[in-house]
Design a protein. Structure first.
Length: 202
């Protein structure tokens, strides 16, 4: 399964219409394939002239006044920035909305290096994801396809109790920490969780 296939499955399942993509450098790679009617792309250095917001994710969230029911995060691949993007995305997520993230399951320590360099690269996205696995008011999993597609919804989960955000720690506890699921397992997980998905009471 590719990222757009998982995103479109979610969009069809929930009848989502308002889609935000953080990291739309190449529109043909993902954004153009998303089936939502209302699509917004954000990237500081997009290829071409079709980017809706040519700016950093921080700058976008600071000026944004809209809410979305489906948000895809694939921007700067540094754990601290990813955690910030998730925080900002949660703040504008509509009730029963879903966040999807790319690159949450680096297969080797080399793939999760901080600097991009040559070859395939996932960065430390997984550390940003794990920051929220320590919370009990969210429901999270990673679909084991396309470098790991993290899914975040409001709901309930058993928090992962760890501060060991090292690759060795991830590698030893990958399935539990990430809540790593096949796509078929994810479909069941998503359907079963829809009834309990709720935003926290202010």
């Amino acid at each position: 399964m590719k990222r757009w296939e998982v995103i479109n499955w979610i969009a069809r399942r929930k009848n989502y219409r308002k889609y935000l993509e953080i990291g739309s450098r190449n529109y043909a790679r993902n954004l153009d394939k998303i089936e939502c009617k209302d699509k917004t792309g954000v990237d500081l250095n997009p290829r071409g002239d079709r980017c809706h917001f040519r700016m950093t994710s921080d700058a976008f969230f600071e000026q944004n006044t809209r809410h979305y029911n489906l948000i895809f995060i694939d921007g700067l691949h540094a754990g601290e920035q990813v955690a910030k993007d998730i925080e900002n995305a949660l703040a504008i997520l509509e009730p029963d909305g879903t966040i999807v993230m790319h690159d949450c399951n680096p297969p080797t320590e080399w793939h999760q290096r901080e600097e991009m360099g040559e070859g395939e690269w996932n960065g430390t996205v997984w550390k940003g994801y794990m920051h929220y696995r320590t919370r009990g008011d969210l429901r999270m999993c990673v679909v084991d396809d396309d470098w790991g597609l993290g899914v975040i919804r409001y709901g309930k989960q058993t928090p992962v109790d760890t501060e060991d955000f090292t690759y060795a720690g991830l590698n030893a506890n990958r399935k539990q920490w990430l809540n790593l699921l096949s796509f078929n397992e994810f479909k069941t997980w998503f359907k079963e969780g829809s009834a309990q998905c709720q935003m926290p009471t202010p």
